[in-house]
Design a protein around this ligand. Structure first.
Ligand code: NAP
Length: 476
């Protein structure tokens, strides 16, 4: 047990540990929580009450959470001193107790201080950020059919431009780097020859690794295996048509992983297309099949035709027995989409998608866009999961102008708590909360953000009354 400078550990309860990336959760875990800045003062007490009530009602005292208050952000500075936004105590507590939940935190501007949220993800190597977006009936939405969207954004959380490796345009290191690239690297590269970086540019680095991509996509596929019907589907989202060796590689490594590690559980879009066509025409030879499968086959070079025929042979000989005759329809379906096209498709054909596995920046944009379709940030939960720790958090910020007014929507942190209960395997309590929340929204018992969009207008509930409404609707 670590010793803490200022924290008071609960006198009862046990720690959550991890075995090969899976949590081992006792019936009385100690769970550290960070109240959060700004509206955290309103949201956290409301959330804690809802979670405790659902657990008590579901398990009658057999299970309970021992909450352990830890500090980050403004509250940490008040307790540990100026600029101590993320004290050692907090890091040690999360490391030891494994799972934490947090309200929103202010990102200090300037002074070289990194985002606390990004720092926590990197310190604990929480490599997958999971943001489910589903519609609760009655929630005002700008879309005609928000109920068609039921997706989970799996956003890679530790790499990509979020590693923060960048230099300002005026920085001497940046100038030296541009010189080096313009004078040595580019002229010596066959494919880059003739290009030149503007001398006044700022530079950012976008690292995307095979291990980083595959460990994240592995989690997404494992999640898809637990889903039913056409929700057993992972879409690899990328901008590989432009960034071939980062975004394009993410896609390729994803397909490799699916075929190598999940061969019995997965089929790719391309393979299903091949098997489907072969099923319809089992008697024709590979070259004729290739003509059916590949439009313009006859016009391709001999080399390309050969590759396609080999691919078809390989798919048919290795997986047609286990995956053919429509058996692949029960497996996890893996496809990929270019990032800009998926932004359109979650609006025009949302029912076709389930899990979207993305890189860091794409996932950031996409999860907010998806949240907007189902009712906005007040209803968008998030979890950051690694192999040895997990932090559940609001996806919105501290909304400082609403802080302390008992007004804000606590839905995002409450739903993050639901994700935490599901992570524990405490599904009964998680279901009670989603039921209570659904009923409250259906009955128009909502906070100001949703109330103002409802037609006809309704009087908003306070933050704490919304929590009470959820609890009183558990039984419905
Ligand atoms: P914000 O705090 O997310 O608030 C922007 C607006 O979003 C609010 O004014 C409010 O809109 C709406 N909103 C936010 N939370 C809501 C909730 N729970 N219920 C209903 N509506 C909600 O964004 P910001 O003002 O740009 O950022 C403030 C601080 O938060 C910054 O320091 C930022 O770095 C930080 N931040 C932290 C996190 C995090 O902790 N994960 C995430 C993002 C930003 P209306 O006023 O129109 O109702």
């Amino acid at each position: 047990m670590p010793s803490f400078e200022k924290l008071k550990i609960p006198t009862t309860g046990e720690r959550i540990t991890f075995n090969q990336g899976k949590p081992i959760v006792p019936n009385n875990p100690i769970v550290p929580f960070i109240r959060g800045d700004g509206t955290g003062v309103d949201i956290w007490p409301a959330t804690q009450k809802v979670l405790d009530s659902a657990i008590a009602l579901s398990y009658g005292g057999e299970r309970n959470i021992n909450w352990f208050k830890i500090y980050a952000g403004d509250e940490a500075c008040e307790n540990y001193g100026t600029y101590n936004y993320l004290p050692k105590d907090t890091i040690e507590a999360i490391k030891f107790f494994g799972v934490a939940i947090k309200g929103p935190l202010t990102t200090p501007i300037g002074g070289g201080i990194r985002s606390l949220n990004v720092a926590l993800r990197q310190i604990f190597d929480l490599y997958s950020c999971i943001r489910p977006c589903r519609y609760y009936s009655g929630t005002p939405s700008p879309h005609k059919k928000p109920q068609d969207l039921d997706i989970i954004v799996y956003r890679e959380n530790t790499e990509d431009i979020y590693m923060g490796i960048e230099w300002e345009a005026e920085d001497q290191i940046c100038k030296d780097l541009i010189n080096h690239l313009n004078n040595f690297v580019i002229p010596n590269s066959e494919k880059l020859k003739g290009r030149e970086l503007p001398k006044s540019a700022g530079i950012g680095i976008k690292p995307v690794s095979k291990e980083g991509s595959q460990r994240h996509i592995r989690k997404a596929i494992e999640h898809a295996k637990r889903l039913q019907g056409n929700k057993k589907h992972v879409t690899l989202v990328h901008k590989g048509n432009i960034m071939k060796f980062t975004e394009g590689a993410f896609r390729d490594w994803g397909y490799d992983l699916a075929k190598q590690e999940f061969r019995d559980d997965c089929i790719t879009e391309r393979e299903s297309w091949i098997l489907d066509n072969i099923n319809k025409n089992p008697d024709i030879n590979t070259e004729n099949n290739a003509r059916l499968i590949e439009p313009g086959f006859d016009k391709l070079t001999f080399e390309k035709q050969k590759i396609i025929c080999e691919e078809i042979n390989q798919v048919v000989s290795s997986i047609s027995k286990s995956h053919g005759n429509n058996k692949w329809k029960q497996l996890v379906f893996i496809d990929d989409r270019i990032a800009d096209s998926i932004f359109q498709q979650i609006q025009t054909r949302p029912q076709e998608y389930s899990i979207l596995a993305t890189l860091n920046l794409n996932g950031d944009y996409l999860s907010d866009a998806a949240a907007a379709i189902v009712g906005g940030l007040g209803m968008a939960p998030g979890a950051n999961i690694g192999d040895n720790a997990a932090i559940f958090e609001a996806t919105h910020g501290t909304a400082p102008k609403h802080a302390g007014l008992n007004k804000i929507n606590p839905g995002s942190v409450i739903l993050s708590g639901v994700m935490m209960l599901e992570f524990f395997g405490w599904n009964e309590a998680a279901e009670l909360i989603t039921k209570g929340l659904s009923k409250s929204i259906k009955e128009k018992q909502v906070t100001y953000d949703l109330a103002r969009l409802m037609e006809p207008k309704v009087s908003p509930l306070s933050c704490s009354d919304f929590a009470e409404a959820i609890i009183s609707n558990f039984g419905s």
